[in-house]
Design a protein around this ligand. Structure first.
Ligand code: MUC
Ligand code: MG
Length: 370
C-alpha cells in the first residue's frame, strides 16, 4: 500500500516550562516544538515533532533550522512520490546528509499517516507493542537540592513517578556530588536515582565523583564526560560496577556498533531525534541487543507528539533501564486534544491508529510563532 505526500507544513510552537529546567549546558524556561504536518493524496494527515534543548547548546540543529531543512530540502524529495513504507521514506531522506532531528519529525509524521492509512498503531509498523504502558521517570533539575527533594516527595506521594534522574555537571564537583548523594540518601534505597552530567566533567573529575555516587546507591551515570572522549568513556565503564549510560556519545546504529566494537560495556540511551526517527532509533536498539548492551528510552524533552512517537518505538523493546518520557509534563500546555495518561510511574501507549493522538488546531494557532 503506497502513500503519496502532497503537502508538508511546519510550525514553531513555543511553550513555557512549569519551572526553570537546569542542565549543565542551558537553563530552559520554555521549549520550542517544531511541528510538521504531512497531507497525503489518500486523504490522510500525519504529525511529527522535532525538539532540541536550549537552542544550539545541546545539539547541532536548532528548531528554526529543522523547519528550514524540511521546507527547503526535504519536502521537494518527497512530494508526489508513492512511498510503500518507512524504508522507502528512508531511501529518499538519504539524499539529505545529517539533520537527524528534522528527519525524525518527518519519519514520525510518515509513520503516523501510514498507521492511519493501514488502520494500525505506529508500534505495529515498528515490530509490535510488547508493553501497553512503560515506566517513565521524572527529572529533578530545579538547581536547588531542597526544591528537588520537595518535588520528588510530591511526585512519590501522588504516585506519578517512582524513579528520578538528576541533572548535574553545571556546578562545582563537590556541590554536585553532595546534591546527588543527599537526594539519593533521603529518598531511600528503593527509589531509583540516576545522574546525567551532560558531558560536564573531565576524566579526573569523573574518576573522583563516580565511586562516591556509586557508594551512595546511584545506579546509572549518564554521559559524564565529553561525547568525543570515547576511549575514556569505555575506560570508565570498565572501571566501575555502576552502569555508565552513553547519551550524546551514541546517536544511531553506526555509532552504537563502533562503540561496541571498541569495547564499550555500559548502556545506551535511545532517542528518536539522535537517530533520525523511531524506526532508525530501533536499528540502534537492535544492534545493542545483539551485543548484550542494555537500553534506556531517552527524551529530547519532546512535547506529546515526539514523546508518543518514542513510546511506540520503545514499546516494542524490553528496556532494562525504563524510560524518561516525561517531556509533556515539563510544559505548561501542549497542542493535543487529550492529555497523555501518566499513572503509577508509567505512561500509557495510546490505542488509536498511527500515533493515536490528535492535534488541537486552536491551541496550535494560539502558540504557533507568528
Ligand atoms: C538529556 O541529555 O538526557 C533528558 C531529560 C532531561 O531532563 O534532559 C534531557 C536531555
Ligand atoms: Mg542525557
Amino acid at each position: 500500500m503506497e502513500l503519496t505526500i502532497e503537502e508538508v507544513r511546519c510550525w514553531l510552537v513555543d511553550i513555557p516550562t512549569i519551572r526553570p529546567h537546569k542542565l549543565s549546558m542551558a537553563t530552559m524556561g520554555s521549549q520550542t516544538l517544531m511541528l510538521v504536518q504531512i497531507r497525503c493524496q489518500q486523504g490522510i494527515v500525519g504529525w511529527g515533532e522535532g525538539t532540541t534543548i536550549g537552542g544550539l547548546s545541546y545539539g547541532p540543529e536548532s528548531p528554526e533550522a529543522m523547519k528550514l531543512t524540511i521546507e527547503r530540502y526535504i519536502t521537494p524529495l518527497l512530494l508526489g512520490q508513492p512511498l510503500s513504507g518507512v524504508t522507502a521514506l528512508s531511501e529518499k531522506l538519504a539524499a539529505v546528509r545529517g539533520n537527524s532531528f528534522a528527519k525524525s519529525a518527518i519519519e514520525t509524521a510518515f509513520l503516523d499517516a501510514y498507521g492511519k492509512y493501514v488502520g494500525l498503531p505506529m508500534a505495529a509498523l515498528l515490530g509490535g507493542a510488547r508493553h501497553q504502558r512503560l515506566p517513565a521517570l521524572w527529572t529533578l533539575a530545579s538547581g536547588d537540592t531542597d526544591n528537588d527533594l520537595n518535588e520528588a516527595h510530591r511526585l512519590l506521594e501522588t504516585g506519578r513517578h517512582h524513579a528520578f534522574k538528576l541533572k548535574i555537571g553545571a556546578r562545582d564537583l563537590e556541590t554536585d556530588v553532595n546534591h546527588a548523594v543527599r537526594i539519593k540518601q533521603t529518598l531511600g534505597e528503593h527509589i531509583h536515582v540516576h545522574v546525567d552530567v551532560n558531558q560536564g566533567w573531565s576524566m579526573a573529575q569523573a574518576l573522583s565523583a563516580i565511586p562516591r555516587l556509586q557508594a551512595a546507591g546511584i545506579t546509572l551515570i549518564e554521559q559524564p564526560i565529553a561525547l568525543t572522549a570515547v576511549d575514556q568513556l569505555i575506560d570508565l565503564a570498565k572501571r566501575f560496577p555502576v552502569t555508565l549510560l552513553a547519551d550524546e556519545a551514541v546517536t544511531d546504529a553506526q555509532q552504537g556498533l563502533s562503540l561496541i566494537r571498541q569495547g564499550f560495556s555500559g548502556a545506551f540511551a535511545l532517542k528518536i531525534a539522535k537517530a533520525g526517527g523511531p524506526f532508525q532509533a530501533l536499528k540502534l536498539a537492535h544492534v545493542a541487543q545483539a551485543a548484550g548492551i542494555s537500553l534506556y528510552g531517552g527524551t529530547m524533552l519532546e512535547g506529546s507528539i515526539g514523546t508518543i512517537a518514542s513510546l511506540h518505538a520503545w514499546s516494542t523493546l524490553d528496556l532494562e533501564w525504563g524510560t524518561e518520557m516525561f517531556g509533556p509534563l515539563l510544559l505548561k500546555d501542549d497542542v493535543i486534544t487529550q492529555p497523555l495518561i501518566y499513572k503509577d510511574g508509567h505512561l500509557s501507549l495510546p490505542t488509536g491508529h498511527g500515533l493515536g493522538i490528535d492535534v488541537d488546531q486552536d491551541k496550535l494557532a494560539y502558540y504557533a510563532r507568528k
